[in-house]
Write a protein that binds this ligand. Sequence first.
Ligand code: XIL
Length: 319
Amino acid sequence: DLRIGTAVAGGGHHVDQPYPDPFPNDRPYRRVLAKEFNSVSPENQMKWEFIHPERTKYNFGPADAIVRFARANGQVVRGHTLLWHSQNPTWLSEGTFTKAELRQILKSHIFTVVGRYRGQIQQWDVANEIFNENGEYRQENIWIRELGPGIVADAFRWAHQADPRAQLFLNDYGVEWPGVKVDAYETLAKQLLAARVPLHGFASQAHLSMRYGAPDQLAGVLQRFDDLGLKTAITELDVRMDLPEGGVPTAEQLATQASYYKTVLDACLAVDDCNSFTIWGFTDKYSWVPVFFPAEGAATVMWDDFTKKPAYYTLRDTL
Ligand code: XIL
C-alpha cells in the first residue's frame, strides 16, 4: 500500500524564472507525472501566499487543477501546508492583528482550504517546520510567536473537523538523523496523542545533500514514531550534489546519489506504517535546488529532458 509521489512544480522559486505557470503546461512533464506516480503534492499551490493572497480572497485555481489531475489519473494528493513560518502572504506577515483575530484567521483558513478539498486529500502537512535545529519552537512562525505553541494542537483539531478522513501530519527537514530536533517531535507527538489531538503521522522531508553523508539512521527515527502508533512518510526527498565545472555530475556522483535515494526508500520500506514516499519533483528542469543552494544541483531522478538517472532505476528496482 505504499504510495509513490512527487511534488507538482509551479509557483515558488518559479515566479522569477522563465516558467511562471503554476502547473507547467508541459506535455512530456504531465505524461511522466501521470504515468510514474500515484501520489502528488502541490509544491507551492496550496501554500498561504498562493491560495490566500489577500485577506478576503482565495486563489484556488492552481490547486484545483492539481486535484483534478490527480483524480483523473487515479492519484492521491498530499496537502501542503497549513501552519508554517514561510511563504505567508504580506497581508498576514505585515498586518497588525489582535491575538483573537489571528486565531480566527487561521481557523477560517483551515476550514476553507481543508473543507474545499474534503475527501480528496489523503494526507495534510498540518504543521510544517515548527522546530529549530535546537529543538525549540521557531519564533519566526507567526502563529507560534503570537498565539503560543498550543496553536499547533488547535490547527490539527480544526483540520480534522474540516476533513475527518484526511491523515494529519507533522512535517520537517533535519529529522533524518536522531538528535534534539527529533526528540522535540517525539515529545510533542506524545503530548498531542495523550491529549487526544487528531495527529496521525510524522514525516521527514528528506532534502539531502551529498555534502552531509547518507541518511543511514532514518529507519530508526521513523520507527520511533511508528512505535507511538503514528504513520510515517517521506515527503520531499531530493539529493543535491556539488556540480563539477561544466555542470555535469560524474558517474560516481550519480551512483552515490542513487544510493542515498535507495537508503531513504529502504528506511520507509523497513517501517510498518510508512506508506507514502514522495520526491520533491522528478526532473531537474523544475527543481528548486539550484535556486536555493548555489553550486549544488542535479538533485532529482531525471534530467531536464526526462531521461532517467541511475537513481530512478535504483528506486524502481527496489520497489
Ligand atoms: C520550496 C519550493 O520547492 C520552492 O518552489 C519555493 O520557492 C520554496 O519552497 N520545505 C518545504 C517546502 O516544506 O514547501 C519547500 O518548497 C522546501 C523546503
